[in-house]
Design a protein around this ligand. Structure first.
Ligand code: PEP
Ligand code: MN
Length: 340
């Protein structure tokens, strides 16, 4: 349930409504805009009688019952697009950054070369992955602490921002001061304990959609982050598992359209993990921009055929300028699309 107060409502009015909400066993969350004060009530089930009492309060303009499992991330709660600022790079509301970097940090030289090449193409947010949660325990798991040391050195040299996946609660503290965006991977998308622990730090979080996650489950996971302290969430569609083996995953572009309708959060697309094959990445990237994605997350490696993970899907970093040229008209088009 969302309660919108009249524009003349003062702090004692807000307090009175919050007290009543608490007495109904809801948790009030107040958000003050230019015109309205909106109180979101977190909790379950409200009786018609309680709704009537709330509606009849003199300072209440309207009460919007929301049956959905998410509120803070919903458009009903916050109609304007959320714009997130990562060290001067904006995401959302028509700001469409391209985030890129290797699947994993493999060595100082590999990562530094990747960052140098990508920075030359105008990329400011880099995938920096010292932890690689893998389906098989025998696959490369990342350089871990050595990878974090490499991240620090390269960050100092190039001044880039990092997005980095935290595979579990244990790794949050190791990464927190060097990352700018914390990534929750597809396999962890409903790891609620991890979501709560990550949210505690209040940083921007990129939340991948689960391999078989519905849009509602994705948004509800984002709600965990928002409700627990991280309102700045970027959603990332990375393809879902279907019966089709021709692609690694099936890129669900309709989910981008639906999600943007339902939430004010930026929704970006990872065409690399969807395609699984580098040849398909530009086409999927263009399609994502055409449906209104707020950004792209693309894998790029200085020497893809020797990559320790996801070798088939990474764009060669010294050819990344060509990729940027290929998507440029769609990027311009996307900037002009009407925002919800
Ligand atoms: C990744 O982006 O590094 C990754 C592992 O992706 P996903 O969680 O979408 O599989
Ligand atoms: Mn990968």
């Amino acid at each position: 349930m969302i309660i919108v107060l009249k524009s003349e409502a003062e702090q004692p009015d807000i307090d009175a409504v919050c007290d009543l909400i608490c007495s109904l066993r809801f948790k009030p969350r107040v958000s003050k805009g230019d015109k309205d004060v909106v109180i979101s009530c977190i909790g379950e089930g409200v009786s018609p009688h309680a709704m009537e009492v709330l509606r009849s309060l003199p300072m209440v303009d309207r009460v919007i019952p929301i049956q959905k499992k998410y509120k803070l991330v919903s458009r009903a709660y916050h109609p304007e697009d959320t714009v997130i600022d990562i060290n001067g790079v904006k995401i959302g509301g028509g700001n469409i950054p391209i985030i890129a970097g290797p699947c994993a940090i493999e060595s100082y030289d590999q990562f530094r070369t990747a960052v140098k090449d990508l920075v030359a193409c105008g990329i400011k947010i880099i995938r920096a992955m010292p932890f690689k949660p893998r389906t098989s325990p025998y696959d490369f798991q990342g350089l871990k602490l050595d990878g974090i040391r490499i991240m620090r050195d390269v960050k100092e040299e190039f001044g880039v921002s990092y997005i980095s996946e935290v595979p579990g609660v244990m790794q949050i503290k190791m990464l927190i001061d060097v990352v700018d965006i914390i990534q929750i991977g597809a396999r962890n998308s409903q790891n609620f304990d991890l979501l709560e622990n990550v949210a505690y730090y209040g940083k921007t979080v990129l939340l991948k959609r689960g391999l078989a996650g519905t849009i509602e489950e994705w948004l509800t996971a984002a709600e965990y982050l928002a409700a627990c302290g991280s309102p700045n969430v970027i959603l990332c569609e990375r393809g879902i598992r279907t019966f089709e083996p021709a692609t690694r995953n099936t890129l669900d572009l309709s989910a981008v359209v639906v999600a943007k309708e339902l939430t004010h959060l930026p929704v970006i697309v990872d065409p690399s993990h969807a395609a699984g094959k580098v040849k398909m990445v530009p086409a999927l990237a263009r399609a994502a921009l055409a449906v209104g994605a707020d950004g792209l997350l693309v894998e790029a490696h200085p020497d893809p055929i020797h990559a320790f993970s996801d070798a088939a899907q990474q764009i060669e970093t010294n050819k990344f300028a060509g990729f940027m040229d290929e998507i440029k008209p769609w990027l311009e088009l996307a900037k002009g699309l009407p925002r919800k």
